[in-house]
Design a binder for this molecule. Sequence first.
Ligand SMILES: [Zn+2]
Length: 415
Amino acid sequence: MASRRYESTDVGRAFELAADRRAARAVTAKTVCVPRVLEIRRGAIADVAVLLAGADFPLGRTVVGTGGARTARIAAGVVRQLRREGTCAVVPAAAPTAEGVSRLVEAIRRCRAEVCIAVGGGRVIDAVKHACSLTDTRLVSLPTSLAHDGISSPIASLVGPDGRRTSVGAVGPDAVVVDLDVVQGAPPRTSRAGAADLLSNLTALADWRLAVERGRDTYDGFSALVAEEAARSLLGPGSASPGGSLETLARGLVLSGLAMAAARSSRPCSGAEHLISHSLDRLLGNRARLHGEQVALGVLIAGTAQGSLTPELAAAYDRWSLPRSPRDLGLDRGVVVEAVIRARETRPARYTILDELELSRSGVEALVEQAFATGDSRRRHGPRLSAAAEGDSARQRPRPRTSGVAPRTPRRRGP
Ligand SMILES: [Zn+2]
């Protein structure tokens, strides 16, 4: 049977009109950049050059940024692969400081590199991410641990001369390669921190909805959907645990990056719990714990204030052995209270549950006590945690300055 041909004048005209409509629609549609290569599997690192070459990455001149001894060893294998394709310069001990980023930028310019590969933890990836932004260079993210969602987000966390961290917009990765054998070899506390960072999407989203409800932000349903589904992948009895697959965690963290890229903001994955962690960074300086570890405490505080803690979240804390009180991180409770009091200063424009609370010292002390009650009770009475304990906490927690702080279905503002 002869194939039907669409060459009549009418059909051609209809096609032109449809093309015009598509062009007009592009004004309101959103374009999201996603990694051209995404590989999450065991042994992926051995195939990095093949994967990138197969996706037409120009590998003639590359720069690899690495971190400490462990990541430098892992990077050596990647460098060997890349040197079969052309020249490859290595920048060791890449750090997200002005000096660390400058060294990367200098190497990229000197080599006229078109691709820069970060082989390391969050600090290395942040440094390379920012250097790629400054030089418009393709970024390949090859995390050696799963400590936070920066492995694929378009946001870099930089450390200033005073030790303070600031988040800056950066390019998202053009490729993400997660070798599950490599991340499994990282210290277990790194994947615990990553799990907490992923779970924190839940309190962040509750804050986002609250901000929209109060007319302080606009909502992006797609980004929120992606961020929520990513976090929910860690809930429920069938979800990943440190003893099982890290693949779910890696996938969830990549999805968090996508949510932030779609929102063009960290909003879907960063609320009051992150402000508390940023505040702890400021107070503790180089004694700060891993970002995700601090966020784990922030989730309990923000969730208690929101009334959003659930038995499923408590079960996920159990499965991943997440910190439930400052003492689990060797921190004094007083420093956490201070961090909560000052948390809003870290990002005043981000409306969260903290904006609805009386942040007097006694009020915050009461809130913090409620938030960590289950962790302290577990320390005294063993690992059993009951949802009822959280219910009691919720009943006794300090009242918010305004009523109705529980997350609600957001209303869209404006047309
Ligand atoms: Zn985070």
